[in-house]
Write a protein of this length. Structure first.
Ligand SMILES: Cc1cc2nc3c(=O)[nH]c(=O)nc-3n(C[C@H](O)[C@H](O)[C@H](O)COP(=O)(O)OP(=O)(O)OC[C@H]3O[C@@H](n4cnc5c(N)ncnc54)[C@H](O)[C@@H]3O)c2cc1C
Length: 242
């Protein structure tokens, strides 16, 4: 498996001010933010930004957030899951308002990116769907570059209500896998299984797996079990590694 991370290509550039233009509750535990970032360079689908918060006493905290927007969107869209004891996510998800200023640095990541032309499969768990949404928005906006079926998606969550961008993913044709309820398409409740993935496996495909460490490990293992070369699986982990 090949890991994501902070492989920077090209450089993430300087810290830039970002003005919050839109805030919305995407799911009960996540908040969407759309930011205006003057002077930013276009990202590639799958890349992320670092958001830095600075307290009045000068203390700073920064965390990575994947970009959900397509590269040609005028605003930079992030989606933040509020962790109850999370230093940065709880602030971004509970306190940030339209008009606030944040600092961001990016885009970052040269490995977990896809904008065609090769065949790709994106498999995201929970907020791990965020970089896949940037990929699907790119694919949807550029049918001349990305023929139908070139990007296939699977999105997993506990319930439909807790899946960020669930309606958009379903409209694109993503397979929804819900662990606690049947999906609208009739898939019974349950975690991702080999039978969910086997229909996505094909030659000359790169697999983009994103989510918690446990999700990434499980899905990567299933793919390899189905005969996928480990080198064809690119992994981005959101949660703590330990
Ligand atoms: C490349 C990359 C892209 C990311 N993209 C996103 C994104 O699009 N949306 C998003 O919401 N998050 C994303 N993350 C995770 C994000 O960077 C933070 O780790 C997360 O918001 C928690 O930060 P915090 O300061 O709130 O929590 P912290 O104060 O750092 O940690 C609080 C507690 O939560 C645990 N924890 C930390 N991170 C997670 C996590 N992700 N899941 C579960 N438990 C955790 C810690 O171990 C600790 O116990 C991404 C991470 C990486 C590396």
């Amino acid at each position: 498996m090949t890991e994501g991370g902070d492989a920077v290509r090209p450089g993430p550039g300087p810290w830039r001010p970002a003005t919050v233009r839109e805030v919305w509750r995407a799911t009960p535990s996540t908040v969407g933010l759309r930011l205006e970032v003057p002077g930013r360079v276009p990202h590639r689908p799958g890349q992320h930004y670092v958001v830095r918060l600075t307290a009045e006493d000068g203390y700073t905290a920064s965390r990575s957030y994947s970009v959900a927007s397509a590269p040609d969107d005028a605003l930079l869209e992030l989606l933040v899951e509020r962790l109850p004891d999370g230093e940065v996510s709880s602030y971004l998800a509970e306190a940030v308002e339209v008009g606030d200023e944040l600092e961001v640095r990016g885009p970052i990541g040269g490995w977990f990116v896809w904008d065609g032309p090769g065949r790709a499969v994106g498999i995201g768990g929970g907020t791990g769907v965020v970089p896949l949404v940037a990929m699907l928005r790119w694919a949807r906006g550029h049918p001349e570059l990305v023929p139908p079926g070139r990007l296939q998606l699977l999105a997993a969550a506990r319930t439909a209500e807790s899946l960020p961008y669930g309606a958009e993913l379903a409209a694109y044709g993503a397979r929804l896998v819900l662990s606690r309820e049947a999906s609208a398409a009739g898939r019974p409740a349950g975690r991702v299984q080999a039978e969910d993935l086997v229909r996505l496996v094909a030659p000359d495909t790169t697999y983009y797996v994103c989510g918690s460490a446990a999700f990434a490990e499980r899905v990567s293992g299933l793919l390899v079990g189905l005969g996928v070369e480990a080198s064809a699986v690119r992994v981005e982990r959101f949660g703590p590694s330990g």
